[in-house]
Design a protein around this ligand. Structure first.
Ligand code: BEZ
Length: 392
């Protein structure tokens, strides 16, 4: 409310000064930019939310605490990765706290509620993880941007890899919600193009981790390979259970890279050798990534992961937009135009945004070894989400 009152006061002052023939003050440049950070800080995705916030704050700190000449303030909400609470949570940020920008979240179901509110209210939204296809598909909007990926992208990249390896019959296993379904759909699209067949699609409700019955089923089907989407705490348990069930040595396991990102300490040797596809990898050894990793370790005493990169790039994107409009967020068209033209200098490697505002980026094929996701090549170059249903 206070921000809105200040904004109205500035507008009135600007109008009065312009009537009097005086130069108007730099509207909205005095006030801080209010960022509503809606992320999971509890539950299976808690570590992912923290890494995103860390990355976001790191970029702002590197810019001296300001983007586009304006200081940044935060209002934080723990969304608990709970879609049932998502609409209330995001409405509080928009209507009660009057945030200028929404940044969130990790879980696709929660992100879809955020996108709905952002689209209706016109509030700027930057999604720093959740890959829900609808966010940059049917619900796409001039004020909605993603710094991460669509669920389809890493799945599609891995479908090509598994087909090239010569596997013919694959079982998929994931959580039954948008991210799992869309990751499997992307995999299936690429894999079946080369004649591969999905012999069984297994799933369990999010965030359930009782994998035993499904692992027994995989053992009895004996497919050539398994493709999976799990992340966070669920990914740690799945990788450990897959090995403990004796499947790892007989049936190769492939995944969207979330399976082994930010999880390797906890997974230990059970993750060794796993192949995954993702838009980030360890040991890229580029000047940008080296500087980012050094700064991140110095600031947080933790190794960064893909979530930290996506948070960092969400802040970079906000900075690019704010610089273009000199801090004036009322200039929405110019803000969006700047991002559509931008080449974002990410630790993952430079990327641009597609027409639907999803990153067009390289997907690395990574292999786990010595507690790292080492890039062993590019699985899919400049892969763009198809943006199905997006009309902008
Ligand atoms: C998702 O819900 O979109 C998601 C969650 C964790 C990692 C990747 C995607």
């Amino acid at each position: 409310m206070k921000t809105r009152r200040l904004h109205l006061k500035l507008l009135a002052t600007a109008a009065a000064m312009s009537l009097a023939g005086l130069a108007a003050p730099a509207l909205a440049q005095g006030a801080k930019v209010k960022v509503g950070l809606m992320l999971p800080y509890t539950g299976t995705f808690a570590a992912l939310g923290t890494a995103i916030e860390n990355g976001f704050r790191l970029h702002i700190a590197e810019q001296g605490g300001k983007l586009g000449g304006r200081e940044i303030e935060f209002v934080k909400v723990d969304d608990e990765s709970d879609p049932a609470k998502a609409t209330d949570n995001v409405n509080k940020l928009v209507k009660r706290d009057n945030v200028d920008v929404l940044v969130g979240t990790v879980h696709s179901g929660v992100a879809m509620a955020m996108a709905r509110v952002a689209k209706e209210s016109g509030t700027l939204l930057i999604v720093p993880n959740a890959g829900a296809g609808a966010v940059t598909g049917a619900m796409c909007s001039a004020n909605i941007f993603r710094s991460s990926f669509s669920n389809w992208q890493p799945g599609y990249a891995m479908g090509e890899v598994v087909a090239k390896k010569g596997h013919k019959k694959v079982v998929t296993i994931t959580w039954k919600y948008a991210a799992g379904d869309e990751s499997v759909a992307g995999f299936k699209e690429a894999f079946s193009k080369s004649g591969g067949q999905i012999v069984k699609e297994l799933s369990l409700p999010f965030p359930n981790v009782e994998f035993q019955a499904l692992l027994t089923e995989i053992a009895s089907i004996k497919p050539d390979a398994v493709y999976t989407f799990f992340a966070g705490g669920g990914a740690v348990k799945f990788v450990k259970d897959y090995a403990a069930a004796g499947l790892k040595k007989n049936i190769p396991l492939y995944g969207a890279g979330f399976l082994t990102d930010g999880t390797l300490e906890a997974q230990g040797a059970d993750a060794d050798g796993l192949l995954t596809t993702l838009h980030y990898a360890d040991g890229l050894n580029t000047p940008k990534d080296n500087a980012f990793r050094l700064a991140y370790v110095k600031a947080y005493k933790l190794q960064p992961d893909v979530y930290a990169v996506q948070g960092y790039d969400a802040a970079q994107m906000l900075g690019i937009g704010l610089n273009a409009v000199k801090g004036d967020l009322t200039k929405k068209a110019a803000f969006a135009e700047a991002l559509r033209k931008a080449k974002i200098d990410s630790p993952r490697g430079p990327f641009t945004l597609g027409k639907n505002h999803d990153p067009v980026q390289d997907f690395y094929l990574r292999q786990v070894g010595a507690k790292e996701n080492k890039s062993i090549g590019i699985a899919s170059k400049s892969l763009a989400d198809p943006g199905r249903g997006c009309k902008m």
